[in-house]
Design a protein around this ligand. Structure first.
Ligand code: CP
Ligand code: NVA
Length: 307
């Protein structure tokens, strides 16, 4: 990758995404070949929010590459007591070889990259979740092979996952249809950016309030929680607003016959997805979760390795 950081999939070329997926596939198939790839290096992992997959997969990934990962909860480091991002970035750059950060404000990750001198990896912000989005398309590539001309449908909240999937689709040649509830549309700034990427790539982006229209012709159906981290107090209001947006067996039946179901997890069965779909034959959610490890190892080798 020519990029020094992974902040948004928008910043990567289609070629870079393809190369990253090739590397992730090699790492997945032959992990022992990469056992020393980041020997002696340390990744700092700043978390302002909870995590299961991101924390564990980055920490295990770094260990498997011969390096070390440091968990830095914002509750424990001075950032949580008001130390500014630019000082944090400059100080941590003196100790670490890379930082993975999960923040509320997207600008915090941008500022870490601007003020630090080491690679910054976005581990989820309120706006974007590029590691997850890349992993999702990698998982679809494993299922279908070439993704050119296929379509993914995203059903639910116009959130960080929706934005990252919008950015990823044109990079792998897929069309994307996003069905959100009224009042919960995707951010128009990111949508316009993604539309320009899609126009350049010759792919289509469609937005709607109709889940059935979104899944028609789709090879993949994706959903995410209706209330993201930081929106817990809106849970009840959102459950009402998203009535009719549950990905259930009836909705899956309107997608392509060979369609798969994806979810970044954690999932709320009975809300955004039925238990029958989440745990059913079309679901690839645990392959998807596993692939976070392989794709992020490829991201770290690309950004922090010598090659
Ligand atoms: N999908 C995902 O990022 O999960 P965590 O919040 O558990 O890291
Ligand atoms: N949209 C969810 C994704 C969790 C991985 C959130 O931000 O909480």
């Amino acid at each position: 990758m020519t990029a020094r950081h992974l902040i948004s999939i928008h910043d990567l070329t289609a070629q870079e995404v393809a190369e990253l997926f090739d590397l992730a596939a090699r790492i997945k198939a032959q992990p022992e070949e990469f056992r020393r790839a980041l020997a002696g290096q340390t990744l700092g992992m700043i978390f302002q929010k909870s995590s299961t997959r991101t924390r564990v997969s980055f920490e295990v990934g770094m260990f498997q590459l011969g390096g070390h990962a440091l968990f830095l909860s914002s509750r424990d480091i001075q950032l949580g007591r008001g130390e500014i991002i630019s000082d944090t970035a400059q100080v941590l750059s003196r100790y670490l070889d890379g930082i993975m950060a999960r923040t509320f404000d997207h600008q915090d990750v941008v500022d870490l990259a601007a003020h630090g001198s080491i690679p910054i990896i976005n581990g989820l912000t309120d706006d974007l979740h590029p590691c997850q989005g890349l992993t999702d398309y990698f998982t679809l590539q494993e299922v279908f092979g070439d993704l050119q001309g296929r379509k993914i449908a995203y059903i639910g909240d116009g959130n960080n996952m929706a934005h990252s999937l919008l950015f990823g689709a044109p990079k792998v040649g897929m069309d994307i249809s996003v069905a959100t509830a009224e009042g919960y549309e995707v951010n128009s700034f990111y949508l316009e950016q993604a539309r320009r990427d899609a126009a350049a790539a010759g792919t289509r982006i469609h937005t709607t309030h109709d889940p059935a229209a979104a899944v028609a012709g789709a090879s993949a159906v994706y959903t995410d929680v209706w209330a993201s981290m930081g929106q817990e107090e809106e849970q009840a209001k959102r459950v009402k607003a998203f009535a009719g947006f549950t990905v259930d067996e009836a909705l899956m039946a309107k997608a392509e016959k060979d369609a798969v179901f994806l979810h970044c997890l954690p999932a709320h069965r009975g809300e955004e997805v039925s238990a029958g779909v989440a745990d059913g034959p079309q679901s690839r959610i645990f392959d998807e979760a596993e692939n976070r490890l392989h794709v992020q190892k490829a991201v770290m080798v690309s950004l922090m390795g010598d090659a």
